[in-house]
Design a protein around this ligand. Sequence first.
Ligand code: ZN
Length: 229
Amino acid sequence: MVFTLFRPIPVKILPRSGRQQALPILGCRQTQPHQEILEKIMQIPNTNVVKAQTAVIAEFLTSKGLEASQPAILTLLAKLQVAESSVVGAAKVQADAAAENWTASAGAMTDEQYVTRGGNCCPSCGSHDISGGSITVDGRSAYQGVTCADCDAEWNDTYTLTGYDDLEGGIDKDNVDAVVADVKDRGERHGFNVDDEAQANDCVDGSAEILGLTLSDAEKKLAVRQLLE
Ligand SMILES: [Zn+2]
């Protein structure tokens, strides 16, 4: 969450009774503002953000019987921002440290510790004197047997399919669409329907010729399927 803030001015929030009282949300241990306010703030468009944010918070505080000035609310937002970033930052630092500070005496590495090292070591003794065999693909996963020359450990590196890249060739959708549109157009103009596969094949060949396009077998098959749908 990112708040746009003016320079915060420290101001105490006064309850309606006039007696000074610390707002629970301003307590130093409180790191998460009320979900209700957050949701409202997230829905505010970018124009006049600070004014709108403070208005929403003021409305919320009023509903709880508390009055707060704009500077007080801005101070609150600044504190929340600092608290949130320090909590998130600390958690990340802790996780990174746990992943990095592995020694063999702690037992075999966790997956996270292993992945942090790029899998480039033995998860049992930490040695880099390892060698991998062939990779076996199994559905969405793949694995590779690896062995360690130092401690004789054997394990499988596991991989997960995350997508594909650099697609080339294949079906030219524009050409298929153009041919299908031409067949439909001719059908409308000359009053015929495409009802069976043989006829659809002829029509596809005819339109491809008219348009000067060469369709692959896969593209023809797709065009025929689209005409018969
Ligand atoms: Zn080893």
